[in-house]
Design a protein around this ligand. Structure first.
Ligand code: CP
Length: 315
């Protein structure tokens, strides 16, 4: 594997999930693969889980790992081709990424969307420029439109915890005070549509995701109806795709409580974290038996390790 930017870069999704679960049992079995190989993790936005889990995954595989908070510690990046750089930007992304390619064997990059210009965000300009100019394999640590390492960890979690062969999985929108990207729900939907699950998306009117990511999903505006008989409930806020980046008020009732779970199949509640307590998800759920959010975050290591292992094997 030379590129991990979406589920479409994976030839066999089920095999990758199995690989992650195998690595969970045998974390250090492949240390020879990463010996004398370097992983560079480049963050243009904050992170706890993605940074630490991918770092740990690289270390488990015997790699050297370097982390750069490029937004704070790097030079101000110019993205525009042909720009006359007489303003605030100091280094063009062409040189910055090509230089990273000299120091590392695999690079990971996180670049969030601006949520102002949909075409610009959905063109994945920054991520694609990393891929184009760095000259080494690239793994997405969350891009403008997708978070594939998160989605792989989510699928690993579902595979591990399911109690029937084809579980019902519901992605439900949750309230928030800020406009958040669509990357996590886009990605989760895309992966679930390729998995052997019965998949439903529930959101208030106006929060339709881009249909490119939801082909094959059932979509409803009725949360309680969607939750009936659910095995897994994936809770996530996102801002509108149309009008882009907008937030509509009046949907506080979409926050799950224990009462919301009563018609489910003893559903396990998932969230990618970070989560705003008692806004997105209630204390009673996060602190109760149904929450698997910490288990899910733990699986980020094995998802990242499975992807890095495949990349190391292709060097
Ligand atoms: N879920 C997730 O990607 O968390 P971080 O933003 O902390 O990496």
């Amino acid at each position: 594997m030379k590129l991990f930017s979406s589920v479409n870069d994976v030839t066999d999704v089920q095999a990758l999930v199995k690989e992650a679960l195998h690595l969970k049992q045998n974390p250090y079995a492949h240390q020879h693969l990463g010996k004398n190989k370097t992983l560079a993790l480049i963050f243009l936005n904050p992170s706890l889980r993605t940074r630490m889990s991918t770092q740990k995954a690289g270390l488990n595989l015997g790699m050297n790992v370097m982390v750069l908070n490029m937004d704070k510690e790097g030079w101000a990046l110019e993205l525009r081709d042909g720009a006359v750089m007489n303003g605030g930007t100091v280094e063009h992304i062409r040189e910055a990424t090509a230089v990273l390619g000299q120091y590392a064997d695999i690079v990971g990059v996180r670049s969030f969307p601006g949520l102002k210009d949909r075409d610009a965000d959905y063109s994945e300009d920054i991520f694609n420029k990393f891929v184009k100019y760095c000259g080494i394999p690239v793994v997405s640590l969350e891009s403008a439109t997708r978070h594939p390492l998160q989605s792989l960890a989510d699928l690993v979690t579902i595979e591990e915890l399911k109690t029937r062969p084809r579980p019902k999985v519901v992605l439900t929108w949750a309230p928030h005070v800020k406009a958040l990207p669509q990357a996590v729900p886009n990605s989760f939907a895309e992966w679930m549509c390729k998995a052997d699950v019965d998949f439903t998306i529930a959101h208030p009117q106006g929060y339709e995701l881009c249909s490119d990511f939801t082909q094959g999903a059932k979509i409803t505006h009725n949360q309680q109806e969607a939750l009936a008989d659910a095995d897994f409930i994936y809770v996530k806020n996102w801002s509108a795709y149309e009008p882009y980046g907008k937030v509509f008020g009046g949907y506080d009732g979409w926050m799950l409580t224990n009462d919301s779970l009563k018609n489910t199949n003893n559903a396990k509640v998932m969230h990618c974290l970070p989560v705003r307590r008692n806004l997105e998800l209630s204390d009673e759920i996060l602190d109760g038996q149904s929450s698997v959010v910490i288990h899910e975050a733990g699986n980020r290591v094995w998802a990242a390790q499975a992807v890095l292992k495949q990349m190391l094997e292709s060097l």
